[in-house]
Design a protein around this ligand. Structure first.
Ligand code: ATP
Ligand code: MG
Length: 268
């Protein structure tokens, strides 16, 4: 039996800052991956799309080959392959762990279904994804290298995928898991006076932007500032987003259940 997409999906990003050790190249955080798979399983969400970030599997490799500048010379072609392969390795760990927790997770490879134009999603094959949701699979996408109609190739952040998919699939809400409690008035890792913002509108975000920074570790897609930039169109569309600390047990669980949780709610 196949049901129509009657329930609006939740689109959740698992930050590379959570599922990997961003300070150590190609190092997964296996206990965090296991715990998150357990939380996702317990939350038992009907209609869920997962997107994970690159962390130390994506950013350092992409940077090494200068992939964020687009195609400049042929040496980058190997870099594209190597970066993509690193991402598929990380993806296998996530999908494997989800399956172990009885979640019907299926990898959806962005490099096979997306073309960007100057780094922005130009087209995305959405039919398989929609059908998978109807069939109650949990598609798992990730930040990836993709072909680009102008630049040859580009880095497509998990954050951009989240926002774009949320709009395409008319999501209920977006949940973004990172390694800090939410959006602060400054980078909480370097600014001890930074305060957590519990609720913010798009208007409020505009005023705050000068205070938001990238990431202190390598992040070719702009860290927290890039994330806010990407989330805006979905929030503008009427889809609320909540940013939670996915390194803290049960925050992702509560956010998925729609329960009250420490974090930042961004609403239109
Ligand atoms: N105003 C801010 N509020 C909260 N975090 C901030 C702020 N400014 C900068 N940051 C930094 O942003 C980081 C989160 O973004 P980052 O891109 O590093 O993680 P991620 O998106 O989970 O990783 P990936 O891109 O690999 O998925 C936090 O670790 C924090 O140090
Ligand atoms: Mg990031």
């Amino acid at each position: 039996m196949v049901r129509e997409l009657s329930v609006k999906p939740i689109v959740m990003k698992l930050g590379g800052s959570v599922i990997t050790d961003k300070e150590k190249k190609l190092t997964p955080n296996l206990p965090a991956i296991e715990r998150l798979a357990n939380e996702i399983s317990r939350a038992n969400v009907l209609s869920l799309v997962l997107v994970h970030g690159g962390g130390s599997f994506g950013h350092p490799v992409a940077e090494q080959y200068g992939l964020n500048e687009g195609y400049k010379d042929s040496s980058q072609v190997m870099g594209f392959s190597i970066t993509h392969q690193a991402m598929t390795k990380l993806n296998k760990l996530i999908v494997g762990s989800l399956i172990n927790h009885n979640i019907p997770a299926v990898e959806v490879q962005p490099s096979s279904c997306v073309v960007t134009k100057a780094g922005r999603i130009q087209s995305m094959e959405e039919k398989p994804l929609k059908k998978m949701l109807e069939m109650e699979f949990v598609p798992v996408l990730y930040g990836d290298v993709v072909v680009d109609s102008e630049a040859g190739f580009a880095i497509l952040s998990g954050d951009q995928i989240v926002s774009s998919l949320a709009i395409t699939l008319d999501a209920r809400r977006i949940v973004v898991g990172v390694d800090v409690d939410g959006l602060f008035t400054g980078d909480p890792k370097t600014d001890s006076s930074a305060r957590l913002i519990q609720h913010i509108t798009l208007e409020g975000l505009k005023n705050l932007e000068p205070l938001i920074e990238g990431s202190k570790v390598t992040d070719v897609t702009g860290g927290m500032l890039g994330k806010m930039f990407e989330l805006k169109p979905a929030v503008e569309h009427g889809i609320p987003a909540i940013i939670v600390n996915a390194t803290e047990p049960n925050r992702v669980y509560r956010a998925l259940k729609g329960e009250k949780v420490v974090g930042t709610v961004i609403e239109r």
